[in-house]
Design a protein around this ligand. Structure first.
Ligand code: ZN
Ligand code: ZN
Ligand code: ZN
Length: 257
């Protein structure tokens, strides 16, 4: 397909993934592959550049599932383990591409990476460790190889996180509050990927009703929900409950814009 923007949802599950170890609920036992959710991540192919949003514990499996063999940059929303713990596996990309991987994150997220992956930054470099170049970003915008990416400040309870806008596509996960002045940056988005955990309210994530309310303010053409819990129900049931233009995301879903 001749498109300038291709988005692949690599993972659409909350921090525990779906199914959850040991859970006997109908969602965790579902035979529908759309109910199997790896931890949330997306691949954005835009004007011959490939960007990965987040690299959680399923990063290796997600990369094995895609046919993409290059990544120009990894963009991190925040430092929670379900979004960064797969970074050790960028070693395979280092071998393949013969270079360090560029990682874009806020200062606080970088501090967490330096602490949690201390061996990567230690004076004594053990052979074969991951090679990464950290680049600092903040709410506003930044450029990678001439492409402008807008960063949206949102809150995950009290933790500030970043959403990313690439042209008319916006990805925001792990939030339940977007300040009014940030909403202008999302305005005009045609495709939105937004987190929604479950029907009931949660301290740090949008519930499905809260996500719908936000979507009705943003008015994108299409929205895909991500970071879903088993408590959101089965894909086939959930899609019937959502308004027109809103659907549950699922792992492997490809969106063209
Ligand atoms: Zn998360
Ligand atoms: Zn379950
Ligand atoms: Zn989080």
């Amino acid at each position: 397909m001749n498109s300038t923007l291709k988005i692949t949802l690599l993972g659409t599950g909350t921090s525990l993934g779906v199914p959850i170890i040991g859970c006997d609920c109908p969602v965790c036992n579902s035979k529908d592959p759309r109910d199997n959710r790896l931890r949330s991540s997306a691949l954005v192919e835009w004007k011959n550049q490939v960007f990965l949003i987040d690299a959680g514990p399923d990063f290796r499996q997600q990369m094995l599932r895609t046919s993409v063999r290059k990544i120009d940059a990894i963009l991190l929303t925040h430092e929670h383990k379900d979004h960064v713990s797969g970074l050790d596996d960028i070693r395979a990309l280092n071998f393949l591409l013969r270079k360090p991987i560029d990682i874009y994150a806020e200062k606080r997220v970088q501090d967490s990476i330096r602490k949690n992956f201390a061996y990567v930054f230690s004076m004594i470099q053990y052979p074969g460790i991951p090679q990464m170049n950290l680049h600092q970003i903040s709410p506003g915008s930044f450029e990678i190889n001439g492409l402008k990416i807008i960063t949206i400040r949102a809150f995950h309870y009290k933790l500030p996180i970043l959403g990313f806008r690439f042209g008319d596509f916006t990805y925001i996960s792990d939030t339940n509050y977007i300040p009014p002045e940030q909403m202008a940056k999302i305005s005009g988005t045609r495709i939105l990927v937004l987190n929604a955990l479950r029907w009931e309210a949660h301290l740090s994530h949008n519930s499905i009703p809260e996500a719908i309310k936000l979507i009705q303010e943003i008015k994108p053409e299409r929205t895909y929900l991500t970071h879903l819990s088993h408590q959101a129900g089965k894909y086939e049931d959930l899609i019937k409950e959502l308004p027109a233009g809103v659907e549950p995301g699922y792992d492997g879903l490809v969106i063209y814009l």
